[in-house]
Design a protein around this ligand. Sequence first.
Ligand code: ZN
Length: 252
Amino acid sequence: MRIIRYQNDGDEPKYGWILEDKVGEIQGNIFGEYRRREARTPIAELKLLPPCTPSKIICVGRNYVEHAKELGNEIPKTPLLFFKPPSAVIANGEQIFLPPQSAQVEHEAELVVVIGQRAKNVIAETAKEYIFGYTIGNDITARDLQKTDGQWTRAKGFDTFCPFGPWIDTDFDASDAVVTCRVNGQMRQMASTRDMLFSVSTLIAYISSIMTLEPGDLIFTGTPAGVGTLKIGDVVDVEIEGLGKLSNPVKA
Ligand code: ZN
């Protein structure tokens, strides 16, 4: 099932499920008990919001060997973690703003895990039970500030630096999916998720040994090689085969 969050003018945000090109409201808790209303509103008529509201967004750095190499970095021996703040989140179609503090803002196409139930000290063998579904993310990064700051909070944390969506797919098989990034239609990144250094299950086990994961929390699983700069007027599309496409324009 594909799940979105949406809003009609002035109304409270709602969750919905998608059947072909129609949406039905979901009433209740998407991570617990809910019921689905009939899908009859055309998806094109709705303003889509980011598909959930994470309490935290955990990201994995250098999880594809070729990407670690392209930036001249060592391959990590354990997952390299950092945060993006929930204030950086934007929906599919919303604008990425280039901040004046950076001269080198880059895209990072990523598979994103959505957690479905509270997870603490989970082992890799059972980690899949804690996954609600998958979505598509773009880990926007001020590469120049990442290099000069050491800590990555500023480079990764500007408002609009966390596009994700357009939906969560609860049935998606993420074991061997092709992740691509195109800027103005030109291919920049392409790799399969099977090239990840640390698997999704390993990441959930590792992260949950540090911090409790809550329903709706996101794990950005790292980006393949081919990262590059964004400029004003660009449109950046992150696509995951079988999952969908996340598209965002770039503004000053
Ligand atoms: Zn990243």
